[in-house]
Design a protein around this ligand. Structure first.
Ligand code: MN
Ligand code: MN
Length: 302
């Protein structure tokens, strides 16, 4: 839609979300940017430890300490067109925030740009999934998030995989790092319509095998990183920590090897009030890993 005169409207619509802090390497405006970062400070359905509403600005604070140059990718992030729109407004209502994310990502996708959403809790992801078209979904998560509803809310963060399945259909979702599933979820026949790769599976066969299988399918991908998929040793500050998780290297590899086909991503469930600084830094680094590896690929192949 970027060429038909509507772009100005998109810019002014999205500008209503502006807030003060920005990712340090985000030096572009919306019009020129390839990557559109925005924060969604919503944690109202979190059942155990809240605080992910503070995550977007915490990731921005951590990001300040990263080098703008990455020698592994040969990429200087200050030369990449990145915009940071700031944070969405706050609301208590999960379906309302999902609609807001739906609107923002629809706009970004229609302008052929790549959304990078910083949550907030996992419930917000449903808004993005509504707009990913025929792309598949890859999730990093300790939890299956497959409840039909939780605490009376179908948009609870414990239901995000279930909602995504309803949007995308069978065979389109792979969730990596699973190690917490309720009996009710496990015994639901639709549970088999999502491919759950447990953290034990990853340990046994290696993350490269898991990635290769996803890559072979030859489809665009939307990546949703629930930070609790990573072991609490590497990412201690999450709403619902779960031991025996993926390593930081595992998740970095998923990002790096699939970035060339990733159309958008989100990082959710990071709760800075429980952080020693490591989790926010890892989340910030994942953003660089995604942009850096994708730009390296573009440089080499286009
Ligand atoms: Mn989750
Ligand atoms: Mn989780």
């Amino acid at each position: 839609m970027g060429n038909n005169g509507n772009e100005k409207d998109h810019v002014s619509e999205l500008n209503s979300f502006l807030s003060l802090k920005k990712i340090a390497d985000a030096r572009s405006g919306y019009e020129d940017a390839r990557y559109i970062i925005f924060g969604v400070p919503f944690d109202n359905t979190s059942s155990y430890r809240r605080g992910s509403r503070y995550a977007p600005d915490s990731v921005r604070d951590a990001y300040v300490n990263l080098e703008s140059f990455d020698f592994n990718y040969g990429i200087d992030f200050t030369e990449i067109p990145i915009a940071d729109l700031g944070n969405t407004g706050e609301t208590e209502d999960a379906s309302e925030i999902v609609d807001q994310v739906d609107f923002i990502t629809k706009t970004i996708f229609s302008d052929n740009k790549i959304p990078i959403m910083i949550g907030g809790e996992h419930s917000i992801t449903v808004g993005s999934v509504r707009n990913i078209g025929d792309a598949d979904m890859v999730i990093i998560d300790a939890h299956s998030d497959f409840r039909d509803s939780y605490m009376g809310n179908i948009y609870n963060h414990a239901c995000v995989t279930r909602r995504s399945l309803e949007i995308l259909g069978k065979g389109r979702i792979v969730s990596i790092g699973t190690r917490s599933i309720s009996r009710e979820e496990f015994e639901d026949p639709r549970f088999r319509d999502v491919k759950f790769v447990t953290s034990e599976d990853v340990r046994r066969s290696g993350i490269d095998t898991v990635i290769s299988e996803i890559d072979r399918k030859n489809r665009k991908i939307y990546l949703s990183i629930d930070m609790d998929g990573i072991d609490p040793a590497y990412a201690p500050a999450v709403g619902t920590p779960e031991p025996f998780g993926l390593s930081d290297y595992d998740v970095r590899k998923v990002i790096e090897r699939l970035s060339y086909k990733i159309i958008g991503m989100d990082i959710v469930e990071f709760s800075p009030i429980y952080d020693n600084g490591n989790t926010s830094m890892l989340a910030a680094k994942f953003i660089q890993n995604f942009i850096g590896s994708r730009e390296k690929y573009l440089k080499e192949h286009l």
